[in-house]
Write a protein that binds this ligand. Structure first.
Ligand SMILES: [Ca+2]
Ligand SMILES: [Ca+2]
Length: 449
């Protein structure tokens, strides 16, 4: 019989072993001086909850299988590129609870998609990513014979130059229930053959489930912006009716050959709210059975400016100051626009702040100058410098608010003088990062004038 003390020691060790948490590890991948040179090798070595950090370079791997809950972190979408070279892309298999991709580019994958998400539970997230030049950018539930209850989130990504940008349940699906949601937030989907596809092509009794929610996003220059396709009902049991659901909210659908293509089925629920569907070659193709709420629809011209960097992580269509979309939505809307600009802003100068329809909230240049004034005041600069800068900004505000003349040309000159004054003190009396932020903000205002 063991002495009591030894038993106690063993018990204590066992208790401690049980309560010591396992810490998530970070595994690095790059061509030299990292833990691994291949992403798949790092993925294979990783455990649930680990982070895989990719260097600022291009990685060429045809297929990467994800079988654990992982966080893959790049150095920036313009710096870390995963090129699948026509291969099958990232495949997130059944049973992975959480999978997150951030700050990287995914390109040149085949039909299965740059990210192919299988069921059954959990969440897949893409943050600040570029998904480009793939046959399919992202697929949720392709060829899945079972319900996928995996939620897929795209936050602040650019999905461009794919044949299908984002697909929810592209291929056969045999149940009456809706698929797990694909939620697209603050994302620009441009220059794809089909931007967003909810459901697949309707082939007689085979059902196609899609469940896509688009918020604060820009869908532009695609052949088809949003395609909602529902099949019919099965003539024979056990096949049931298809179910396609989803929504597009506070988004801009413009400059597509076909803005929305909607083939309604018997169990379809798709809602368009506070959204621009205009300036497409054809705004609505096929049946238009969507539920509608307060949208700006063609042929009304929303007076969009060209797709450009208007601040925020993704390109947007800014609104012309005379756009009918300004202050067209109600009081209840998304708290920010696609760029992260707070909503609502009084854009038409009637003293009542209301949200704009679409992904972009118009802020009058005088209000932007006001924000810049507050920014300067918050920096705690030397008094003389602060007064000098504020004098210029106040002068700009005055000429912009001089109703009805509103002298934009004078404001541009004054803001140019403001930029020169900041540059002269860049890294000296004004910290470099603060100076950069002030110059960026002033240049952005000039861009709108
Ligand atoms: Ca507004
Ligand atoms: Ca207003």
């Amino acid at each position: 019989m063991k002495p009591l003390r030894q038993i106690t020691t063993v018990a204590i060790v066992l208790v401690f072993a049980a309560i010591i948490p396992t810490y998530a590890a970070t595994l690095t991948v790059c061509s030299s001086s990292c833990d691994f040179t291949s992403i798949q090798a790092a993925v294979d070595a990783a455990s649930d909850g680990d982070t895989i950090e990719l260097g600022a370079e291009a990685f060429f791997e045809g297929q990467i299988d994800i079988e654990n809950s992982l966080n893959i972190q790049g150095a920036g979408a313009d710096k870390t590129i995963i090129d699948f070279g026509g291969g099958d892309g990232l495949r997130v298999v059944n049973g992975v609870e959480t999978f997150t991709l951030s700050d990287l580019t995914l390109q040149n994958a085949s039909w299965d998609g740059a990210v192919y998400v299988q069921g059954s539970v959990g969440t897949t997230s893409l943050n600040h990513c570029i998904v480009r030049g793939n046959i399919v950018g992202m697929t949720s539930g392709q060829m899945m014979p079972l319900v996928t209850s995996r939620t897929t989130l795209l936050n602040h990504c650019t999905v461009s130059g794919n044949i299908v940008g984002i697909a929810s349940q592209m291929f056969p699906y045999f149940s009456g229930a809706a698929a797990a949601p694909v939620i697209i937030n603050g994302t620009t989907i441009s220059d794809n053959t089909v931007g967003v596809q909810a459901g697949g092509q309707g082939i007689h009794w085979i059902g196609y489930n899609g469940n896509v929610h688009v918020v604060n996003s820009t869908i532009t220059h695609n052949q088809v912006g949003v395609s909602v396709v529902a099949g019919g009902c099965s003539p024979d049991p056990p096949w049931e009716c298809t179910y396609v659901s989803g929504s597009v909210t506070s988004s801009t659908i413009a400059y597509n050959d076909c803005g929305t293509s909607y083939g309604a089925g018997p169990r379809t629920s798709f809602r368009l709210q506070d959204t621009i569907v205009a300036s497409n070659t054809t705004d609505v193709c096929g049946d238009f059975g969507m539920l509608l709420g307060n949208n700006l629809l063609g042929p009304t011209d929303p007076l969009l400016l060209p797709l450009a960097d208007n601040g925020g992580p993704t390109p947007t269509h800014a609104l012309h100051p005379d756009s009918p979309a300004i202050d067209m939505a109600g009081d209840e809307c998304e708290p920010t626009d696609q760029r992260g600009m707070e909503r609502p802003v009084d854009g038409d100068g009637d003293g009542i702040a209301k949200c704009d329809v679409g992904a972009f909230e118009y802020v009058p240049p005088a209000s932007l100058v006001n924000q810049l004034i507050e920014h300067v005041e918050s920096l705690d600069l030397h008094h003389g410098i602060e007064n000098n800068l504020l004098a210029k900004l106040n002068a700009a505000w005055l000429v912009l608010t001089d109703v009805p003349t509103g002298n934009d040309h004078a404001a541009v000159n004054i803001l140019g003088a403001f930029i020169n004054a900041v540059e002269a003190r860049h890294g000296k009396k004004i910290a470099a990062a603060d100076a950069d932020a002030l110059i960026d903000a002033a240049e952005e205002i000039i861009g709108f004038l």
